[in-house]
Design a protein around this ligand. Structure first.
Ligand SMILES: Cc1ncc(COP(=O)(O)O)c(C=O)c1O
Length: 370
């Protein structure tokens, strides 16, 4: 494998230093949670720091599939959704194999297959088409060398959501071709309407991935998971996990377990806060002539673009935005896209900072216009 660092990680706010940014509109998660505020710091001293279950904390796996027809044995705990995606790509792909993958995308969904030496057949989502999936294009891209189709729900960075009909059609397609469908559902709990069922409920051909990072603002505990009903494939994923790190960190998994026990208390509050922040972005967007967007259907990010990029010095725009106004967004190149697109994360910053950051975008664009 040939690894190279991804711009989204090199230029991430944690690598830059959170203190160097006043208005951080570059995150894709909800506001980071203080351990103290979860109310779960008691009793952890009694935890035995032995190797844990290789598949992951039993109670945690049960909670992840609670209220679904799935079983805990369908769940494998991983180090974040990122760890899950690495295990899946390295288990399913060898050099020269093909996958059909949506672009733009969360960088790892593209970069790990590239590191393996796989051939990526891109399904380019277009602004003009509302970033919607073209199922015919996906079908045409599949060849005998294709191992899986890779989509995200809701999509990162656009926040656009697959419909139930599209998901079902993708599954029928994957089943008819005898390949897998990877659905990265890391943002699923943040859809604005009722979320679709876990994709894996529909078929053993589906592999679902998610984590506690985004909706719950817990990216630092690095707890993610794979759900899949194909036992043989799950055995391969477990083998990969054991070779990388044997089992997950028992302390983190215990915290995740205790947090998820209280999910019903936290989730409605988080969803309400995200909706209110989204309304701030929406009303800002309504006043903009020089930015345009496809309105997202969920998640905590959107992916607007500058309407007439030829009239703007894009380098100067980002320079003014950060160095004059202390505001940081995710520029298009983080997602294999031109830099006049940008991801705005509205779930993470406090409201006042979100508002200030959005005003900074307006001002920076004006000041960088030719
Ligand atoms: C679509 C998607 N999948 C996976 C991840 C990885 O998240 P984590 O490893 O923190 O769970 C991210 C992070 O931004 C993401 O956007």
């Amino acid at each position: 494998m040939h690894f190279r660092r991804m711009p989204i990680e090199v230029e991430s706010p944690e690598q830059m230093g959170y203190d160097s940014i006043r208005n951080n509109l570059s995150e894709s998660s909800y506001t980071d949670t203080l351990l103290r505020d979860t109310g779960i710091d008691t009793g952890l001293y009694d935890l035995l720091l032995a190797y844990g279950s290789h598949a992951g904390h039993e109670g945690l796996r049960e909670l992840i599939v609670k209220d679904t027809p799935l079983k805990k044995d369908d769940v494998l705990i991983t180090i974040g959704a990122a760890g899950a995606l690495f295990i899946i790509a390295t288990s399913l792909l060898e050099k020269g194999d093909e996958l059909v993958v949506v672009r733009p995308n969360y960088a790892t969904n593209l970069e790990t297959p590239r590191a393996i030496g796989a051939t990526l057949k891109y399904i380019d989502l277009r602004f003009e088409e509302g970033f919607a999936l073209d199922l015919h294009q996906i079908e045409k891209a599949i060849t005998p060398g294709t191992k899986y189709i890779s989509v995200t729900y809701p999509h990162n960075p656009t926040g656009v959501c697959l419909t139930d009909n599209e998901l079902r059609q993708l599954i029928v397609l994957a089943e008819s071709k005898g390949i897998r469908l990877l659905v990265d559902e890391t943002y699923r709990d943040m859809v604005f309407r009722e979320p679709l069922p876990l994709a894996v409920e529909y078929s053993p051909h589906v592999i679902s991935v998610s984590s506690l990072s985004k909706t719950y603002g817990l990216p630092g505990i690095r707890v993610g998971w794979i759900i899949c009903r194909d036992k043989e494939l799950m055995e391969t994923f477990l083998a990969a996990k054991e070779q990388i790190y044997i089992c997950g960190p028992v302390l983190e998994e215990e915290i995740a377990y205790r947090y998820l026990q209280q999910k019903d208390r936290y989730l409605p509050l988080i969803r309400t806060d995200i909706r209110q922040k989204f309304d701030i972005v929406k009303s800002w967007m309504r006043q903009q002539e020089s930015f345009e967007w496809v309105e997202p259907g969920g998640g905590a990010v959107c992916f607007p673009r500058i309407r007439q990029p030829e009239r703007v010095d894009i380098g100067k725009f980002y320079d003014i935005l950060l160095n004059k106004y202390g505001t940081y967004t995710g520029p298009g190149h983080w997602f294999d896209m031109p830099r006049h697109y940008m991801r705005i994360g509205y779930g993470w910053p406090p409201r006042a900072s979100l508002e200030e950051g959005l005003q900074s975008l307006t001002k920076s664009l004006l000041e960088a216009s030719r």
